[in-house]
Write a protein that binds this ligand. Sequence first.
Ligand SMILES: NC(=O)c1ccc[n+]([C@@H]2O[C@H](COP(=O)([O-])OP(=O)(O)OC[C@H]3O[C@@H](n4cnc5c(N)ncnc54)[C@H](O)[C@@H]3O)[C@@H](O)[C@H]2O)c1
Length: 255
Amino acid sequence: MQRDLQGKSIIVTGAGGGIGREAAIACANAGARVIVADISAAAGEETVSLIQSKDETAVFVKVDVSNEAQVESLVAQTLKHFGRLDGALNNAGVSQTNVLLHELTADQWRRVQGVNYDGVFFCMKHEIRAMLSTGGGSIVNTSSGLGRVAMPRAAEYCGSKAGVLGITKGAAVDYGENNIRVNAILPGIVHTPMVDALISGPQFAGLLPSLKARHAMRRLGLPQEIATAAVWLLSDNASFVTGAELAVDGGFLAM
Ligand SMILES: NC(=O)c1ccc[n+]([C@@H]2O[C@H](COP(=O)([O-])OP(=O)(O)OC[C@H]3O[C@@H](n4cnc5c(N)ncnc54)[C@H](O)[C@@H]3O)[C@@H](O)[C@H]2O)c1
């Protein structure tokens, strides 16, 4: 096993499940000390126990990323535990409401923007403050193929993920000379609790074959396949990569 993140201090948000859990485990396997951040204490603690069972270091911090004060506290607690912040995967997200845009309420719109877009802003703001004080770092934001193209009844989700691409590039430009790299991962459709909940619901029941068919590789992704890409971007192996949109999508965007 490569220890490409040996000794680094890394925050993973949304680490209680799906892509975030696998990324937290992959970061720990690569030698990082990991802050497992999630709104669900039970889910986050389970991720921590999976990591600690392999004698790696992980600490759970409860956070709602849509709340700036909680995000500021998340970064402060990271510095308290590990003394510095070298990397972050800003991954916490919620899925679309599954209604047409003209039926979407302001609260439904706000829920998705609050977590998926405001949350990434709050995380980056406080992570960058910490990284500026120690000479650099690597930030990875989980956008989506749906930040580039759309699916039906997901306009507010697509908007939030397109926003993440914009703020990623903006920060990459602003902080390149400070040795802070900022990149986005664009997963295709990945087998996680989020997607499993969608495709088991009444609107999407029976749609699995057509979802697979939207990928050149004719299958959905695995959370581990996204985690592997995140570890690479967080590591010094990606030392000249910033402002990038890395599609990890089995050819979803190429179709
Ligand atoms: N699964 C996919 O097909 C897919 C595709 C493209 C992008 N994404 C994105 O990847 C990220 C992870 O998705 P997933 O499929 O693993 O989702 P998931 O629902 O399986 O896991 C998301 C985790 O985020 C946590 N979370 C939710 N709201 C939060 C908040 N306000 N503050 C902190 N934590 C919060 C949840 O408790 C959960 O543990 C999301 O940003 C999602 O939009 C997923």
